[in-house]
Design a protein around this ligand. Structure first.
Ligand code: 9MR
Length: 374
């Protein structure tokens, strides 16, 4: 059988030794021999990461080397959220988002802008607003101004984020309460007018689960039936080790693609710490207790291997459906950056990504790269 090599034979040999367990996955692989995710999947889908301020300003020096080598797509983790980009009525702060666009241009990284309409991290002035008319003006102006500013400069937008409840009904957000259920269609209409070229996505967590997925499909159809442009759906992909819902993910890829839209995995991470609920609702928290942070001195090998196995199976599935998938974005560069160290309990040590706290690839990284050998 012939394989198409995506890296040098030496690099491949080093990667093979690691995945077959012949060498311990530590710092033995020189940096120049570490394969590149974006190269490995270059004919399949974009490989993205979430960027924080230190990444964008290139203050995180190790990340400044790692990011352009590994990723060809990026999503700002926080800086384009309304609270930051539109802090006061009529005042916008484009400083950091402009830097992000420059960073993307310099490093050949396409930007997925995140996010125009989200009930969380709304600016205080919009949260306090009582008048429906003022709220509608905020909504219209926000989309027009922000999407307009980055017209032709970002590849895609998460136009609306997390508008659904777990049972597939619409979340009682200020947008629903003040503007009614058509706010989603309206948001897409306004975004398409402001930036006709951008790929427009609806983004949510747990929308691979059957009930929420059905609500998501209905929402997308509603936008389509109104003759409004929608290009894709983002499945965030905040999952738990040993419990990744592969079957639901596969059904979701197929059912969303059948609507004629692309599927992106927009915020991928697989957490390893105990939790008593599913999903990524940032307002949900858990009471702290010492048992909730079991791996502060290191990840046991059994969990490390399970994590690697889950990531491998996930990428095998992504490759099987690569014609339907536009992008796979990890929610952070290294384990040290991950929001899961601080949520739903503060101060934990989590291990959800492919690079460890020393910016070194983990066994899961090599398993993911090795899915391309098949
Ligand atoms: O990772 C983000 C974290 O730094 C913020 O504190 C948090 C608060 O809003 O948002 C996190 O990102 C969220 C994303 O924007 C939308 N989906 C869920 C993500 C994790 O909470």
């Amino acid at each position: 059988m012939r394989y198409k090599l995506f890296c040098s034979p030496k690099t491949l040999a080093a990667a093979l030794l690691l995945v077959t367990g012949c060498v311990a996955p530590s710092k033995q692989v020189p940096a120049q021999q570490i394969p590149s995710l974006k190269d490995a999947f270059k004919n399949d889908f974009l490989i993205g990461t979430a960027l924080n301020v230190a990444h964008i300003q290139e203050r995180d020096q190790k990340a400044a080397v790692l990011i352009p080598k590994q990723f060809n797509a990026a999503t700002p983790e926080n800086i384009m959220k309304a609270e930051h980009i539109h802090p006061e009525w009529g005042r916008y702060d484009f400083d950091m988002p402009d830097k992000l666009v420059e960073y993307g241009k310099k490093n050949n990284i396409s930007i997925n802008a995140h996010t125009l309409i989200w009930h969380s991290q709304m600016p205080a002035f919009a949260r306090r607003m009582q008048s429906v008319d003022s709220f509608r003006t905020f909504f219209n102006e926000h989309i027009k101004t922000v999407a307009g500013r980055y017209k032709g400069k970002v590849q895609s937008w998460d136009v609306v984020n997390e508008a659904l409840n777990e049972d597939g009904t619409m979340r009682r957000s200020p947008f629903l309460q003040k503007l009614g259920p058509d706010f989603v269609t309206e948001a897409f209409r306004l975004a398409a007018a402001a930036d006709p070229q951008a790929q427009l996505y609806y983004n949510d967590y747990n929308n691979e689960q059957p009930a929420k997925r059905a609500g998501c499909i209905a929402l997308i159809k509603k936008v389509q039936d109104a003759g409004v442009k929608i290009d894709g759906v983002g499945i965030q992909g905040h999952w738990h080790v040993g419990r990744v819902p592969f079957q639901h993910i596969e059904e979701s890829i197929e059912q969303y693609a059948a609507l004629g839209i692309k599927v992106a995995f927009t915020e991928l991470d697989i957490e390893v710490l105990p939790r008593n609920f599913q999903g990524a609702d940032v307002n949900q928290r858990m009471q702290d207790n010492p048992g909730l942070n079991p791996y502060k001195d290191g990840l046991p090998d059994s969990v490390q291997q399970q994590l690697a196995k889950d990531y491998q199976q996930l990428f095998e599935l992504f490759l099987k459906h690569k014609d339907k998938i536009s992008r796979v974005t990890f929610w952070g560069v290294t384990d040290g950056d991950s929001w899961l160290n601080g949520w739903p309990v503060r101060g934990r040590t989590n291990y959800p990504l492919l690079f460890d706290r020393n910016y070194e690839p983990k066994p899961a990284f090599y398993k993911v790269v090795a899915t391309k050998r098949k």
